[in-house]
Unconditional design. Structure first.
Length: 192
């Protein structure tokens, strides 16, 4: 892992993301100027879909559901052990949702894998609760279900074929499907 950029303010995050090739964002909820929730909103408006792990104070109560609904892929306490932070980073990088159990307990929220709060990029209930597709992966499944070829999907989503192949590999693993036909059937069945 390598830190490719950093900023101390919420306002600076969008500018940093425009200039860096970061694969994951560690976002502090408590920042000067604008807080982490507003940063998540601004990122969505600006079209940044980078996997984001939110850092928060252990003692404070935060709205975990709001953080995740705004696009955070994970939430962890700032006081978490380094080993736990590394696990969370790897999980989020792989497209999974990761939430510190201690924060869930202290905030009186149970974010189990079958919790129906999870939504995809279009606000639909995510039928893939156990596997937690990212919003980008959900878009890929939707386009495969529409019958688009991989080259067309990569072009429409403005990504390289290599990046699309990475997304497809993760999707196949998460959904336990073998190939585009099974993926298209799955997407149609679950109205993705």
């Amino acid at each position: 892992m390598e830190v490719v950029a950093e900023t101390a303010t919420g306002d600076g995050i969008i500018q940093v993301l425009k200039k860096s090739d970061a694969n994951i964002l560690l976002l502090d909820l408590e920042m000067p100027e604008i807080d982490g929730f507003d940063v998540l909103r601004n990122m969505h408006v600006a079209g940044f879909e980078i996997p984001t792990l939110v850092l928060t104070e252990e003692e404070g109560r935060i709205d975990l559901r709001t953080a995740l609904d705004l696009g955070a892929a994970g939430v962890i306490s700032k006081s978490a052990a380094t080993a736990q932070l590394l696990v969370a980073i790897r999980e989020v990088y792989q497209g999974l949702t990761w939430v510190d159990r201690g924060l869930q307990n202290r905030n009186g929220v149970n974010l189990s894998p079958d919790d129906p709060f999870r939504r995809d990029g279009q606000g639909r209930a995510n039928p893939l609760r156990g596997s937690e597709l990212t919003p980008r992966e959900t878009e890929v499944v939707a386009l495969v279900s529409q019958g688009l070829r991989y080259k067309e999907i990569a072009s429409r989503l403005t990504m390289s074929p290599h990046t699309l192949n990475n997304h497809l590999r993760h999707i196949f693993d998460k959904l336990r499907v073998k190939g585009r036909v099974e993926l298209a059937i799955y997407g149609l069945k679950h109205k993705i």
